[in-house]
Design a protein. Sequence first.
Length: 88
Amino acid sequence: MKPLNYAILKYFTKVDEACAEDVIEALKVEYGNFKALNKKDVISALMTAEANGLLEESRFEMSESNELKVYYRAHEEGAATINKYIKD
């Protein structure tokens, strides 16, 4: 099993885009017992990956509960870097 942050990054190489809620839903079967699989920590991981040039924001939308949902995607170079260092 990969570390959670690695799994989050790898997820973005397999989808067009995702928000924190999408990541949590996709990883909860395997990582559901990890304390860091929560919205605050996943958002922090996504923002860190963006700051490091691995992900980029793709769009924004408001949820039904009036919360901003930020969607990210792995651009070509970011996905290549992720795949180079994190193997399946």
